[in-house]
Write a protein that binds this ligand. Structure first.
Ligand code: ADP
Length: 169
């Protein structure tokens, strides 16, 4: 029936799987949650046509952050970055679609919000690098690492949007 076909996480066909789909890890940081920008960020990814594979709100932990930012732990700003990310709930999301990793980064904007173009999330909503409201994976390899870190495998759903054929040729 219509209901069972659409309500369940249907496996995708071979042709859909072969189309270089990517999954990226997007996280709204505590300032984005506190300032009520979560919905706007979700809307942008939805409007673009990407599919929400997973989402949850949670507190980060020092262990998660040391792993997530393993390339930055030696940086002088890391203690402040960790304190910032532990200061309140974060929203973890996985979005899927064609070139979702690099396009997700473009949608977020440059790391320093004063250099982020207007129209990007950081360009529209924030000012300082230490309060830049969101994270997005910078490579497919890191996306896979981050998704495995922040989600259980069973939380990442396999489903097809009914708009699929209106978004992709
Ligand atoms: P991005 O989040 O754009 O991938 P980085 O991986 O370089 O950027 O840095 C991770 C996060 O660390 C940034 O989003 C920002 O919150 C914080 N950060 C980076 N550089 C600085 C800095 N110079 N001072 C304070 N915080 C910083």
């Amino acid at each position: 029936s219509f209901l069972s076909k659409n309500a369940l996480a249907a496996p995708r066909s071979d042709s859909q799987l072969s189309m270089a789909m990517e999954r990226t890890y997007i996280m709204v940081k505590p300032d984005g949650v506190q300032r009520g920008i979560v919905g706007n960020i979700i809307s942008r990814f939805e409007q673009k046509g990407y599919v929400m594979v997973a989402m949850k709100t949670r507190m980060a932990t020092p262990e998660l952050l040391d792993e997530h930012y393993c390339d930055l732990v030696e940086k002088p700003f890391f203690p402040k970055l960790r304190e910032y990310l532990l200061s309140g709930p974060v929203v973890s999301m996985c979005w899927e679609g064609k070139e979702a990793v690099s396009t997700g980064r473009k949608m977020l904007g440059a790391t320093n919000p004063l250099e982020s173009a207007p129209g990007t999330i950081r360009g529209d909503f924030c000012i300082e690098v230490g309060r830049n409201i969101c994270h997005g994976s910078d490579s497919v390899e890191n996306a896979n690492k981050e998704l495995a870190l922040w989600f259980e495998e069973s939380e990442l759903l396999d489903w097809e949007s009914h708009s699929h054929d209106w978004l992709y040729e």
